[in-house]
Design a protein around this ligand. Structure first.
Ligand code: PMP
Length: 303
């Protein structure tokens, strides 16, 4: 059970998390017609009374885009200002994760996106490491990542997470920690809730947007950081075999941060991970507000 933050934003107001409840007839519950975001907040160790939010603008924009795909006009500025107020109301003292959610809030049946009431809520929970920072084992999933011609993969559409859920459970119930999904072309797409990177001969390689991946904000940050550090970066289709022979493999996401992969199927990945470690240390310093060069990525909320 999670430790939830005490205050939620629900139906246009801040209220006790325990009082923020939806009806069993809620449209989105039946049809998966919601979309969510996920951001971490960290109390600034250097400046007590401040909370650091990583790339708040990008997260707000992505959720607004997801909302648009659901036929819901919700400006990024509205999302951003609710998230800032949410942090102030909760006064968090430990690291946490915020989950904003847009959804068809109408009561009633018939799958559609037009002429159906929508709404937006936010809640939060305390969150440490989502995956083991020591490294995880990954199974190649028997489930394939969906295609953009079937549903909009540029949004974090809640209904799409049935595939992630199937893949994760299959992986865990067969003794692995995480799943890596191929796309319909048989190329590497992403993990259940993270993007995938490999390192080969000093080059950082990750599947491009055309591989049916989610446009990960951590992924984007890693690509910028790597380029700034002088690491050669390539976005291209990745074969399954490359996961087995890579010098380094890691997963990236807001919850997972940078998580090394120690094994893919029966293949063990080397434990010497210079690029993964360099990028992880750098990203950690940035998210904790310790790297002035990347200060524009940090939004400081004064409690
Ligand atoms: N892929 C999927 C399917 C995800 O759910 C997530 C988590 N949001 C990611 C990738 C990583 O995205 P981000 O770095 O923006 O958290």
């Amino acid at each position: 059970m999670h430790n939830f933050l005490p205050i939620a934003y629900f139906e246009g107001q801040f209220r006790d998390f325990n009082d923020a409840k939806i009806s069993i007839a809620t449209h989105a519950l039946h049809y998966g017609t919601g979309a969510f975001g996920g951001l971490r907040g960290i109390p600034d160790p250097q400046h007590p009374g401040q909370v650091l939010l990583f790339r708040l603008d990008r997260h707000s924009q992505r959720l607004s885009t997801s909302a648009r795909l659901l036929n819901y006009d919700l400006p990024a500025e509205t999302i951003q200002s609710v998230l800032i107020d949410f942090v102030k109301k909760n006064q968090p003292q430990v690291s946490f994760y915020m989950r904003p959610f847009v959804y068809t809030s109408d009561l009633g049946i018939s799958p559609r996106l037009h002429q159906v009431e929508k709404n937006f809520f936010v809640y939060g929970l305390e969150l440490g490491d989502y995956l083991s920072p020591e490294g995880v084992s990954c199974r190649i999933s028997s489930w394939y990542r969906q295609e953009d011609r079937s549903l909009p993969l540029r949004g974090k559409i809640s209904g799409a997470y049935i595939t992630s859920s199937l893949a994760k459970t299959e992986a865990v119930e067969s003794g692995f920690d995480e799943a890596i999904l191929m796309n319909s072309q048989g190329k590497v797409s992403e993990a259940s809730g993270m993007n995938v990177f490999i390192v080969r001969n000093g080059r950082l390689i990750t599947p491009g947007f055309e591989q049916d991946i989610l446009e990960g904000i951590t992924r984007d940050s890693i690509l910028t950081l790597a380029r700034d550090l002088g690491i050669e970066v390539v976005e291209r289709p990745v074969d399954k075999t490359e996961l087995f022979i890579a010098d380094e493999v890691f997963l990236s996401g807001t919850a997972a941060k940078i998580t090394p992969v120690r094994q893919v199927e029966t293949y063990t990945t080397p434990t010497h991970r210079p690029i993964t470690t360099l990028l992880r240390d750098k990203l950690t310093a940035i998210t904790e507000g310790r790297d002035p060069a990347y200060d524009p990525w940090i939004f400081r909320v004064a409690l």
